[in-house]
Structure formats: structure tokens, C-alpha cells
Design a protein around this ligand. Structure first.
Ligand code: F0G
Length: 459
């Protein structure tokens, strides 16, 4: 008999969870004006809002914390981190930042100017935000298969190479400061980019002489999928695959809060010394001196260790299988989820889940609120609220999909927690026909409204 899959960690420190009642959750939701970001964490039983900065560190990382060197310049912890980055990614130059979006801010300050075009695969919100803030345009060249949730495609993070070449051909190269490839692609459901596709994007980047940067927040999960799904890589080990992936990049931005398995931190990796030097000035202005850039020495020490742990096969297998376990538990019950299951999260297709709720009443938000009411599970809406209004017409923008993302923190929950989450979703699924009314906005911010929005029930 095959032994069952189980977690590759045991638990040394525990944090209690409070199981609330439905009546309490109803009141708390009302008090939170139907915005899950407004809840206090104690009001949540299983928190799947994000996998960012919510992971558990290993005993080796906690031990590394004690070795942290807090020197302003030339800290030992900086050099430890530099060694990890050079070994794992092959980048000689790097700048620490306080998180991923800060890395974007520094790099784009050096590269992106008004009127520029930055092509990529479904840029993450902050990436797009930092591009648009500079009056440049992010062009999404993801393959069209990515938005068909029922379609099983092994690499839904892939770039449509023809579409990318169209963009590169139609604009003069000085207007395209870089191409950004997000691995895995969060916005399409934690979906990987194949090595074949990475190579093709790289080929175009050489042909048109444009730097290629990876948004690498979930790079290790991407490498796992390449090993699992791309024939030529089945026999390669994860560190080899990671090295090859990054051999096609001129640099990387990193949110260490994901595949660095730390609670805060980020960095930029560079191959080119000149760009590193140019970016260093912005790092000093926005983040801190180039050998700490917004991170404490102890945090750099924990990250140096986390980056080595995240590419261990046992860790990655546990990680990917846990997310897949939740996803499959939902699929077998008929719950529509993005197929195949992504690396860090299960994305529920709310349009197919709640066909009776009007799009104007925020379908994915309605589903996210129902999941909280049912079992104290907090996910996040990736739909019309997150998409914001059109900046000119001020009309709601209705994206192609309405999703609820259940993002799994790293090494935090057990598979029995996943069973609980699956049961919560299934219970809501069983009573979906009775869910007909959504929500109306009572207050919203001009941009990034979903974080602070206030809602009331639609009648
Ligand atoms: N790139 C990707 C692909 C991301 O998913 C994120 C953050 C960032 C960049 C920005 O990094 O948060 O460290 O500043 N994603 C989080 C999430 C917030 O919940 O998916 P950051």
C-alpha cells in the first residue's frame, strides 16, 4: 500500500485559534461593513487571506535570527544573504528592500518613465500600480487559456509569444524598459510558466534587446511544476531547475514574504553592475543603505536560510500537495475552481458558484463573505471590487473572472485544517441556490478600494 501523503514538519510552538459562533460572525461582519480586511485576526478561524508574510519559520531560521548582525554597513547577515542569492539564482549584485513592492519601486525608479510600455504575464497589482504611477502602461500578454477556469492547461502562467512579439515590434525599443515575467503567476491562480516559455520570452528579449526581469515571489513553486509537468525536467533537481530559470533573466524582484518564508523582506537581483549602481541610489533614498535596505540584520539572516529551505524537495512536495489536497477536495464535490490547482492558493470561480447574484452586486465578494459566515474562513475577493473603477468613466470595471482566492500560508496549517476549509466551502455550495442578493457600496476610496471599502446588503 502506498503510504499517505503527510506534512514534512512537526509542530514546536502553537498558537490557539478561536472558534466563533455564527451569531458572532454575523455581528462582526456587520461591524466590519462587510469588508473582510476590517476583521480582527482573532475573529477569523482559518485565515487564507494571503500566503504573504504569514508563513512559519523553521527552528534553523529562528536560530539564524540570533546570529543577526545589525551593523549599518557591511553586516555579516547581508553577506550571508548575498551568498544565498548568488548560489541559488546566480546574481552577483543585489539590493535588499523591505518587501516586494519596494523592490518594484526602486527598480522602476531606475528604469521606467512616462509613456513606456512594460509587457508581461498578468502583472501583480502592485507591479501594475508602480508602472501606472509612472504614467507607463503594463500590457498583459498571458495566454488566453488562463482565464478559462475549467480548462486544464499545465502552464497557465505562460506568455502568448506571438502577442508579446507584436507588442515588441510595434513600439520602439527605447519605450520598453523591461519585460516582467511573474513566476508563478499570482493573478491567473498561482499558475506556473514553463521552462520552454521562459526560454521563448528570453529569446525575444535578446532579439529586441530588452532586459527581462522575473517577479520571483513564488519561484520555487514554479520550479516544482516544471519538474512535475515538463518532460525534459523530470530528472533534474529543483536547485538545477531554479538556476536554469534564472539563467534566462537579467534580474529579479522578490517578495521574500512568499518563497523566502520570512514575515517581511524583499530584494532585487541584478546581473548588470551599471543598473545595480543606478538602482542603489534609489534604494538609499527609499529603503535604506545598500547593505540592509529596510531589513534588520536578523531578518536578512532568516531569509538567507529560508531561501535554502524553500528549494528542498520535501518542503515543496508538502507545500504543493497541501494546496492540491484542498483544491481536489473541492473539485470532487463539483465546486468550480481554477484548473489545475495552483501553487499557493485555490481560486474558486465565483461566477459559476453563485449564478444568481448579479455582477453589479459583487459576486466574488458575496461568496467570500458567505465562506466567513459559514466557517470563519477568510479568503479574498479577486473580482470587481479589486479591479477598481475605470479611471476616466468612473464606471465599475468587470474583469473576465470573479474569483475567491484561498491562499495557504506556508507550514502553518495541517491537512485537517484543509478538510475543515473544504467542508466549509461545500456547505456553502450546497445552499448556493438560496444566495441571491449581493452587496452595495456605501463608501469607497478612489483607487485600491477593496482594502477599505464599506458595503451594505443589497435587498
Ligand atoms: N509580486 C507578486 C506576484 C505578488 O503576489 C506580490 C504580493 C508582490 C509582487 C508584492 O510583494 O506584498 O511583498 O510587497 N502579493 C501578496 C498577495 C500581497 O497576497 O498575493 P509585497
Amino acid at each position: 500500500m502506498n503510504l499517505p501523503f503527510c506534512e514534512n514538519y512537526k509542530i514546536k510552538t502553537v498558537e490557539s485559534l478561536y472558534k466563533s459562533t455564527t451569531a458572532q460572525r454575523l455581528q462582526w461582519l456587520k461591524d466590519a461593513r462587510y469588508n473582510l480586511f476590517n476583521l480582527r485576526s482573532e475573529q477569523v478561524f482559518i485565515d487564507l487571506l494571503t500566503d504573504s508574510g504569514t508563513g512559519s519559520m523553521s527552528q534553523e531560521q529562528w536560530a539564524a535570527i540570533m546570529t543577526g548582525d545589525e551593523s549599518y554597513a557591511g553586516s555579516r547577515s547581508y553577506f550571508k544573504l548575498k551568498e544565498s542569492i548568488e548560489d541559488i539564482f546566480g546574481f552577483r549584485y543585489f539590493l535588499p528592500t523591505h518587501q516586494g513592492r519596494a523592490a518594484e519601486n526602486v527598480l522602476f525608479s531606475a528604469l521606467v518613465k512616462a509613456g513606456d510600455i512594460v509587457p508581461g504575464n498578468a502583472h501583480f497589482d502592485t507591479t501594475k500600480g508602480h508602472i501606472e504611477f509612472r504614467k507607463a502602461t503594463a500590457i498583459d500578454c498571458t495566454i488566453t487559456e488562463a482565464s478559462d477556469t475549467a480548462l486544464n492547461h499545465p502552464f497557465k502562467g505562460n506568455v502568448d509569444i506571438e502577442k508579446l512579439e507584436e507588442v515588441l515590434k510595434s513600439v520602439s525599443p527605447e519605450k520598453i524598459p523591461l519585460i516582467i515575467l511573474t513566476i508563478t503567476c499570482n493573478s491567473t491562480g498561482g499558475q506556473p510558466v514553463s521552462m520552454g516559455n521562459i526560454k521563448e520570452v528570453y529569446r525575444l528579449s535578446r532579439k529586441y534587446n530588452i532586459p527581462l526581469f522575473f517577479d520571483s515571489a513564488r519561484f520555487a513553486e514554479n520550479a516544482w511544476f516544471i519538474k512535475e509537468r515538463e518532460a525534459d525536467y523530470a530528472e533534474k533537481n529543483i536547485p538545477e531547475i531554479v538556476r536554469e530559470m534564472f539563467s534566462y533573466a537579467d534580474g529579479m524582484t522578490m517578495s521574500s514574504k512568499k518563497d523566502g518564508i520570512v514575515n517581511i523582506g524583499g530584494f532585487i537581483g541584478f546581473r548588470n553592475q551599471e543598473l545595480f549602481r543606478k538602482s542603489s541610489t534609489y534604494n538609499i533614498m527609499f529603503e535604506g543603505y545598500i547593505t540592509y535596505g529596510g531589513m534588520a540584520g536578523r531578518d536578512m539572516a532568516a531569509l538567507a536560510q529560508g531561501l535554502r529551505e524553500v528549494i528542498e524537495p520535501d518542503y515543496l512536495e508538502t507545500r504543493i500537495r497541501q494546496v492540491e489536497f484542498l483544491g481536489n477536495s473541492l473539485s470532487v464535490a463539483g465546486v468550480p475552481v481554477q484548473q489545475p490547482i495552483g501553487g499557493h492558493a485555490v481560486f474558486i470561480d465565483a461566477l459559476r458558484f453563485l449564478p444568481f447574484v448579479k455582477r453589479e452586486e459583487f459576486v466574488a465578494q458575496t461568496l467570500a463573505l458567505e465562506l466567513y459566515l459559514e466557517g470563519g474562513v477568510r479568503g479574498v475577493e479577486i473580482g470587481t471590487l479589486m479591479a477598481d473603477r475605470d479611471p476616466i468613466s468612473r464606471e465599475n470595471r468587470f474583469p473576465k473572472t470573479e474569483m475567491v482566492r484561498l491562499a495557504i500560508p506556508r507550514r502553518v496549517y495541517t491537512n485537517s485544517h484543509m478538510e475543515y476549509v473544504a467542508a466549509t466551502v461545500r456547505n456553502v455550495f450546497e445552499r448556493r441556490e438560496n444566495i441571491k442578493n449581493g452587496y452595495r457600496i456605501t463608501w469607497e476610496a478612489e483607487i485600491l478600494r477593496h482594502f477599505t471599502i464599506e458595503l451594505e446588503k443589497a435587498q
